[in-house]
Design a binder for this molecule. Sequence first.
Ligand SMILES: *Cc1c(COP(=O)(O)O)cnc(C)c1O
Length: 377
Amino acid sequence: MSLRFEFAFPAAQMTEAMSELPIRDDLRGRSAYGAPQIDVPVLLNVNENPYAPSGAVVEAIAQAVRRAAQGVNRYPDRDCVGLRSALARYLANREGASFAAGAIWPANGSNEVMLQLMQAFGGPGRKALGFSPTYSMYPDYCRDTFTQYVTVDRTHDFEVTAEIALAAIENEQPDIILLASPNNPTGTALSLDVIETVCSNFSGMVIVDEAYAEFRRTGTPSALTLLDTFPRLVVTRTMSKAFAFAGGRVGYLVASPAVVDAVQLVRLPYHVSAITQAAAVAALEHAEELLAGVDRLRDERDQLFTWLQGRGHEVAVSDANFILFGRFADPDWVWQGLLDRGVLIRQTGPTGWLRVSIGTASEMMAFRKALEEVVPV
Ligand SMILES: *Cc1c(COP(=O)(O)O)cnc(C)c1O
């Protein structure tokens, strides 16, 4: 079993030399974000779309990059105008939602978008509120921007109700509220009622992280539809998951143009490279094809849900491309047993649960077979 990438150093090895550096006290002893990148046949650990682009799409991206390379001696378009227009067209086609390019802001993954939002609206003396269990990067964005991060628990079935949200606003007095919908690692989508209630009863910024929006079940609405009503609402999206462009590193936010102006105060100049912009625009021109796997993945997810329930596991209802299931007295052992059979999934809170990304039909068969061996019923 080898690491997927040659330079994927185990974080622990770095620590001793690093600790001798005069790094910030609050970083001392920490390890870097690290879902293990292990080279096994079935990779179901980081919620990627398993379908690689077709030869035609690869060619279109390569041609766009070639054109961009011809001008790579110059800085790229700092405002990413072409990319923002392409994203606006995508949202219009896919969601029937009409946004001006000025309401959209891209960065290198929605992780960078989120960091920029925390830089602009968080900071020393400010507090962000999340609802746990939720995305493991939220505390890191907060740490990196010296924003205090607090969490309030979801219900036992991982919902955020209006009551929970209102009590949390009252008790915690946050400046920013982070709502992942569908949530990672649970897959839970929020109802628009809850988001509306939060926005109506809170004077700070509300960030709805819709990284998995394209996987939501039919009839589950997007918070994009609320943006006209609430000027302090921000919806973040990514091309990493449904869009099958994780390696391209493009995420974006949709919000009032004033929010986009605010974020521009903190972004680094020329943050999205000419190469990335060109590749992303070319990919967006082939959106339909790149997203063709999404319906299949949603079907696989729903089938897996039923299958896991049928085996007697606890299974979280999912609107995303992964399923959280459990509970296991020894989840490490189950994770390792699957890995020994060539199937890599993710150990991510809450205690006793495991998360499996949805892959192709044959990958899901391999997962089921491995789980049957490791955990017979
Ligand atoms: C994967 C993920 C993201 C973003 O990933 P990027 O690749 O940086 O766009 C954001 N939020 C959640 C909840 C995620 O799971």
